[in-house]
Structures are given as structure tokens and as C-alpha cells.
Design a protein around this ligand. Sequence first.
Ligand code: GLN
Length: 485
Amino acid sequence: MQLYEQTIFSLQQMLKQRQVSSVEITKAMLNRIEATDSAINAFITVTPEQALKDAKAADQMIASGQAATLTGIPVALKDIFLTDGIRTTCASRMLDNFIAPYDATAWGRMKVQGAVLLGKLNQDEFAMGSSCENSAFGLTRNPWNQDHIPGGSSGGSAAAIAAQQAVATLGTDTGGSIRQPASHCGCVGLKPTYGRVSRYGVISYASSLDQVGPMTRDVTDAALLLGAIAGYDPKDSTSVDCPVPDYHSALKNDLKGMKIGLPKEYFIDGLDPDVQKAMDQAIATCRSLGAEFVEISLPHTNYAVATYYLIATAEASSNLARYEGVRFGHRSETSSGLIDMMMQSRAEGFGAEVKRRIMLGTYALSSGYYDAYYLKAQKVRTLIQRDFIEAFKSVDILLTPVAPTPAFRIGEKTSDPLQMYLSDIFTIPVNLAGICGISVPAGFSKDGLPIGLQLLGRPFGEESILRAAYSFEQATEWHTKKAAL
Ligand code: GLN
């Protein structure tokens, strides 16, 4: 096996036994990026000098007996995470030349452990999208089939794993942006409970929904990386002050006694037959491992997409007001006067989808429409949340598809935003409810595109979805398959 194909867990052992150095692993990854990224475009910025410097420091940490979980492991970050002294664009022209003045907490926690930063990954602009086509730095291609999208918005984070350009990456998930690209690229993606991981230093999209999480080759690595980034942060008032369990030791290979709910609203007629088949097989596998299945109902599921696109755009319109060309970001050079400068800067700096969302959100919040749209959406959000609370009274976790279809073709949905929004139907309710969810590889379509399985847990129930995902993974071989590049 090549160095670039290894996991956090396997590299940890190899580093500990001095079979390899972090500098060697890092060079292997940088060569791999060099060889593959002209085809995939997973990276917006590659940081080879920084990476080699970090790797040398990590080797010293290991030599002096100070190794932690991530010491010497080469990783990459969605370009939404602020990285001290390194360009952070959020895939927008608006932040084209923005050098972050400090680190996001999640990255800071990895950095103190000695993780090695390979670079910053492509995404949909300001995390708005489901295909990674809304980037000012060009689209990212799916390593399994380059005519297809990798999913979004954390498309670069998923594609980099599938193309074996990074051992692990971080993404963010506001409405599915970790789980859906993980599903489309055949990797593991975990959206933690709202409040589990600090959002400090993560560029805000919709603050009541945004959450940071790991994207990895397997479930063990997801548990290791979550353990490194989770926990209370006084700098993020929405992070929750409760102890971080040892996620790695929660990985029991056993589903005996676990009650899994199948929400009937998620197994609909329009489901792609290959996705349906993968779900049927997964259910059979989990059953053979001792799980018990129960059909349940989440009756307000149908309202989730509409609710989400009102709340997310409303919050986005407010969050994105800070980009006015005065303090940071793009400033128009062709404007006259202050107001014109702000308007021109925004007109030039934002892409079409971001503008669409700002307009939608501003409309939903405007007086006269606030009650009809925003307030109503907030009420429906509570109903959706209650659906899950009710369901978790009778089952431990839920099993659903991640997306109704495998990765679609590049360009297929760009002219029809509504179709694009609808592809988030199974991931969005999870963010509205604030619960946790994981996507695990569960098969392939006839055309060889990966299909993911979604497991949902109670608030702060990451251990149970990790355990179920791990048991499923150990019983199947989907996670061992590799895209030919
Ligand atoms: N596709 C959804 C959107 O465009 C979700 C994006 C996300 O989770 N960041 O809003």
C-alpha cells in the first residue's frame, strides 16, 4: 500500500514504530496532489513549504516522545476555516486575497497536536451549494468519474480523500455539506451535534445550522479526528460545555440490542433504484449483526427543504452583510463615493448563487413578510425537531439514504436551482433539528459511483452512530475500494 493511501490510525502506528517519518508521508502526499489535482481541482491553495516545516516539527515531537493523535498526519481544510497567515477565500472572489489573522479553533486544536497542513480545499462559494460548481476557483471533479460532481458544499474535502491527496480533511455542514459529498465520493463524513465542535474562526453561512466535522477514509479515523476537534470553546457561545467522550474506544463491533428506526418519509418512490438497493442491503447487513429495525414516521419531513431555505438564506443575508469592501475583502476600483463603493464591491465580489440567497433571505426578513416566511419557518423548524425527539423515544438511531441519487453530472442542475435544493432533502432536517449524523460508504451505482448510508443519532449521541457505522464498515468492504486515478 502507498503512503498516500494510509489512514490516520495506520500512520500513527507507523510513525510510532519509526517505520516512516512525517516528512516522508508529507512528501508522498504533496507528490500525489501534484500528480492528480490538475484533473480534480480539489485544492484552492497548496502550502508545500508550510507542510514540510510542520512535518519536520512533528518528527521532532515524535522523537521527543510527545506524539498525540494527529502528530505528523497530513490533512487539508475546507477553505472556510481561517488559517493564521494563510489565504482563506471561502471560494469567493470577495475573499480572493484575504489572509486570515488567526486560526479557527478546530484547526488550532489539530495544529497543537502536530497535524501537517497540506492546503485549503475547494467548496461552493460561502458553502452555498450541493455540487461544488459554485466556486470562484473552478469546479471540482468527482475522482470516481470526472464527468460527475463530487457533491457540495465540502466537495474539495471529499474529493481530496477519494483522490488520496490528504489523509483526512475538515468540512462544514449547514444542510448536508459534509454528509452528501462524503456519500458521493465514497468516504466517511460526520456532522456532529450542533454545539459539539467550535465554529470560532469558521466563516459563517447560517449560524444556527453550521457545524464543523471530520471527513475521513474510515470510521476509526472519523472517531479519532472528532475527538481532536470536539469540546467547549469559550470563543464560541454556541459550543456546549459537556465532556468529550473517548470516541475511539466507543467503536464496538456489535449491533446487538440496537434498535434502528427507518423513517418512512425517507424511503420514497422517487429514490434512485441503485440507492434503494444499497439501503436494502445495508439493512440486511445490520440485521445480521443483531440490530432490530422499526418503521417510524417523521411527519414534517416534507416541509424541511422550504423551511431550511428560508432560515439559511435569512441568516446568510445577515452574515454576509459584513462584506462591504471597507474592512476586508474585495473593494471595487471603479466606484464613486462610499455607498457606490459598497454596492459595487458586493456586485463584483459575490457569485450568482450567493446573490440569489442574499436576495431571498433579505426578502424573508423584510417587514411585512417576516411573519409569513421567517417566523413561520422557525415554527416549522420546531415541529421538525419534535419529530426527531419523538422518534428517539422508541429507537436508538435512524438509518436513511444520504441523497436520493448518486452524484449527478456536472452541469445537470446548474440551470435549475430548485432541483439542486431538493437534492438536500434527506440531510437538511438533521441540521434543522441540531442532531448528529454520519455518512458511511454502502455500495456503488451501476455506473460505479459511490453511495452512502446515513445514520442519525440523538443530540450528543455521536458514540452510538460511530459504533453502528463501525460495525457496518467492518462487515462490508465498500470503504476499501479506491477510485482509479
Ligand atoms: N446544499 C445546501 C445549501 O446549499 C447545504 C450546504 C451546506 O451544508 N453548507 O445550503
